[in-house]
Design a protein around this ligand. Sequence first.
Ligand code: NAP
Length: 289
Amino acid sequence: MKILLTGANGQLGQSLTTILPNGPDFYWIRTDIQDLDISNLEAINRYLTINQADAIVNCAAYTAVDRAEEEPELASQVNTIGPANLANAAFSRQIPLIHISTDYVFPGTGHQPYRESDPTGTNTVYGRTKLEGEEAVRETGGRSVIIRTSWLYSEFGHNFVRTMLRLGQERDSIGVVNDQRGCPTYAADLAQAVIRVLKEFVSKPEWPSKPIVYHFCNSGEATWYDMAAEVMHVAGLPCAVIPVSSDEYPQKAKRPAFSVMDNSLFSKTFNFEIAYWKESLTRCLRNLI
Ligand SMILES: NC(=O)c1ccc[n+]([C@@H]2O[C@H](COP(=O)([O-])OP(=O)(O)OC[C@H]3O[C@@H](n4cnc5c(N)ncnc54)[C@H](OP(=O)(O)O)[C@@H]3O)[C@@H](O)[C@H]2O)c1
């Protein structure tokens, strides 16, 4: 299976190609914005004509949640037009697409873990553009799988865990928000989930008959404070973590207070055991320290 991978230099893109290097069964055609801009349909079609992929995995996104408030047009080009283009190109070639979405599509005002069928709704530009990207993939039809994930971290790029490790080495104490709850997700675990779905495409050539949505995040739930405290604990850093409220840490885009997602449908459908967030965080930290 030759897979066109977009956003290959991002956290998930790098995790995928590290976990599953090119071999006889799977071969990644790695692209990022400098090779293939997903907001350009003509470029995608040209690229696919030359490279003849059997599937597409879209890891490309505009992920700067606060900056998106000031650059809605650019965020929309990448998060809405991009997936629409990829879905269109996949549909016309009858090849499957995996598209990654986010917990930000939910209003974040609930108290029960969000299920795939729960109503969406969002106040942020990032959330709106990602939701419109999902809708475009759904409306196009074809063999598409949308995976919503949350609070992604990895050994690569900028992320909360790497920031906490750095600050934990530089400071004696740090204030971290304790009134937002979500599911931390190790990109390596998400990468395994994506690979599982790719294998399903191979073993079931007609599946899925129409676009389908799954939630994939590590099990359990946490606040950013819980996560920071766990980073300091596992890394053995003597930095005190002090709980603060979102009001004390104002950000341009209002963060959802509750964005915990229910990952049981993915786990049941694919017979896939999903690790508890602290266990995955420890695995990632072992590679970082
Ligand atoms: N990070 C999170 O906490 C989080 C949480 C929930 C869901 N997600 C979703 O998970 C997916 C993977 O996230 P991630 O953290 O791996 O993202 P990431 O590290 O920000 O990587 C995204 C990649 O896409 C590239 N890109 C931007 N615009 C592009 C374009 N027009 N064409 C092609 N490539 C483009 C980026 O390049 P530049 O760096 O040069 O812009 C970057 O290399 C995304 O769909 C994201 O929305 C992420």
